[in-house]
Unconditional design. Structure first.
Length: 278
């Protein structure tokens, strides 16, 4: 059986899996963090991921939502949790009810609304921060933060025994530090990046680069809520990320064309950190 394409990139302790092509299909997940972004299609291997965030409701980012819910029910897995831009909740609930009627099968899932500024706790260690992006429909970006406990600097010179005594006496010897592990921009004009500085700091950044040809003018593209290769070139010094995955290329380009335009605009591929998801 032919399945949807999945590319995989491993970085430190996480692997980024997915595929994205404008107007065709977009889906990503990080199996180690048990979270996924967008449901434009649903490769069989993705079914085990229990929590999803939908960036916006263009068909190629949300179409597989009923399929995903139905498959999990069929495989007797727990109902999934799916976070959606708040205005999408009601229409998606209605769609699920109609699909359920046609299919004569239940579609058990937890749908929850999110908006810019929200923080969703995935676990004690992981928090997803929701940010505003700019597209032709309401849209969101996401940063996964890892929370780590760190010994407060005033205690670093103490011995293990002294620290244990302090802790037993009720002193909080640690403070929380947050590390942005992964950012997912979704579909957006450059403001989606610029207004969320953590996107530039995340260890892994997944961004869209829908247009690459000089024939497609970036000013016009911004109006449609997308980015151009030139936008990345202009911002090249701002990316502090260890890995940048560029995706969501327009299907009007051939693979070779994309590679050639990017090689011309960014000959060092951001110091080797830029990966084209083709
Ligand atoms: Zn899209
Ligand atoms: Zn879109």
């Amino acid at each position: 059986m032919k399945d949807h394409p999945v590319k995989i990139l491993t970085h430190k302790t996480i692997s980024i899996e997915g595929y994205s092509r404008a107007a065709v299909q977009t889906y990503w997940r990080v199996p180690e963090l048990k979270v996924g972004f967008d449901l434009g299609a649903q490769p069989w291997s993705f079914m085990g991921t229990p929590t999803w965030f939908v960036s916006h409701t263009h068909i190629d980012h949300v179409m597989a939502l009923p399929t995903y819910v139905a498959r999990r029910r069929m495989m007797k897995m727990d109902p999934p949790t799916i976070y959606l831009p708040e205005g999408a909740l009601d229409p998606i609930e209605k769609i699920l009810r109609q699909v359920s009627r046609l299919d004569r099968g239940r579609l058990p899932c937890k749908l929850l609304p999110i908006k810019p500024g929200d923080e969703v706790e995935l676990s004690r260690e992981l928090v997803v921060a929701v940010s505003a992006t700019r597209h032709t429909v309401p849209s969101l970006g996401f940063v996964i933060w890892e929370r780590r406990k760190k010994l407060r600097p005033e205690f670093t010179s103490l011995s293990g025994q002294q620290i244990r005594d302090l802790r037993l006496a009720g002193t909080d010897v640690t403070s929380e530090i947050r590390v942005p592990r992964l950012a997912y921009l979704g579909d957006s004009a450059p403001e989606g990046l610029d207004d969320c500085p953590a996107m530039y700091q995340a260890e892994v950044l997944i961004l869209e680069m829908t247009f690459v040809s000089p024939r497609h003018r970036k000013e016009r593209i911004h109006k449609f809520g997308h980015m151009h290769l030139d936008d990345i070139v202009e911002r090249r010094d701002r990316f502090a990320n260890e890995v940048v995955i560029a995706s969501h290329f327009s299907s009007r380009y051939h693979t070779r064309q994309i590679e050639n335009f990017v090689a011309k605009g960014l000959p060092d591929m951001l110091g080797g950190r830029l990966h084209l998801w083709l």
